[in-house]
Design a protein around this ligand. Structure first.
Ligand code: CA
Length: 329
């Protein structure tokens, strides 16, 4: 019995050591991975910078009723539309990563892509209105500097479909890239007018090179009109807010989208979005909170898709913890 206990203790230690080894590398998040912003044309969504050819316009934020694009978003409220043109130029969006990639490490990366049946713009060659409706590919590029891609990390299949396609990439960078760039690329190397819609980028998840994206925990977000267990989430979130540092969860929703944020906060934010006139109300005691708590939590809340008028912060000197969600009403 005793030997069995020791053996079991050893196994437990081994399992812990292994799990720490696997956890040594955290997912590398994107800012605004769901391309959320006010719909607009010729403007990259917040958090992303435009890389493209001088004199050409940046990508567009849809759906805003322009260019004939009517595809509903895969996740959240908006997504990005990119084009490649008959003059050989292509649109690219990039971001400086929160941490450089590790050379030789494999990363799983998921994003959703579609083609819009309509995308009316102007041909740069003829100056006439032209349909930008041919299919393109997604190219994932690594860079050391702003808008200077030096390596192709992955190509997608050609995106013919007008329904959102789940694309799973395995990236194995040969250098410690600090930047990642997504490009809308010609499917066959020829120059033509095409479009590509992108939404719901996952973080870059360190993974085994043979197995790709690890099996992720499933967490289901509230749907409009459905009753949800938000009171349980409130309790979980309030426990988490006692020290003022939100735990980030890596999880997958039923639609295949991979999220990397606090799942309870995201669930409550969605619930608020679907409840007309509701606001998320937070009380906090600055004396018990880490530096810049208010600012950081506001950023997190907005990352969950809640705009400023849907949440309220109130200082309070009561309570032993940092903060709590005082309610949704
Ligand atoms: Ca989105």
């Amino acid at each position: 019995m005793k030997a069995y206990s020791i053996l079991r203790a050893n196994f437990t230690l081994l399992a812990m050591a292994l799990s720490f080894a696997c956890m040594a590398q955290q997912p590398v998040p994107f800012q605004n991975p769901s391309f959320e912003d006010q719909p607009d044309f010729g403007k990259p969504p917040v958090g992303w910078f435009y890389c493209g050819n001088f004199g050409e316009t940046p990508p567009d934020i849809h759906p805003g009723g322009f260019y004939g694009v009517v595809t509903p978003p895969k996740d959240g409220q908006t997504y990005v539309g990119m084009v490649a043109r008959d003059n050989g130029t292509e649109e690219q969006l990039g971001q400086r990563l929160a941490a450089p990639l590790v050379r030789g490490q494999c990363y799983a990366f998921r994003i959703f892509a579609a083609r819009s049946e309509q995308y009316a713009s102007f041909s740069r060659i003829t100056g006439q209105p032209a349909p930008f409706t041919l299919p393109l590919k997604v190219t994932v590029l690594g860079a050391h500097r702003h808008c200077e891609p030096v390596a192709v990390l992955a190509y997608s299949k050609t995106i013919l479909e007008t329904e959102w396609q789940q694309l799973d990439f395995l990236l194995q960078p040969k250098a410690a890239f600090e930047y990642l760039i997504l490009a809308a690329t010609s499917a066959n190397g020829e120059f033509y007018n095409g479009n590509l819609l992108l939404d719901a980028a996952s973080p870059l998840v360190p993974c085994d090179c043979n197995s790709g994206m690890p099996v992720l925990e499933r967490f289901d977000l509230p749907q409009p009109g459905a009753s949800t267990v938000w009171k349980d989430w409130l309790a979980e979130l309030n426990t988490d807010l006692e020290d003022g540092v939100l735990v980030q969860h890596l999880f997958e929703t039923a639609d295949g989208v991979v999220h990397y944020q606090n799942r309870y906060l995201l669930g409550l934010a969605r619930f608020v979005q679907y409840s007309a006139g509701a606001k998320l109300r937070i009380t906090f005691n600055p004396e018990h909170c880490p530096a810049q708590f208010e600012e950081k939590l506001k950023q997190e809340i907005e990352r969950c898709g809640l705009i400023k008028k849907r949440y309220v912060f109130k200082e309070s000197k009561t309570g032993n913890g940092c903060a709590m969600i005082a309610g949704i009403y």
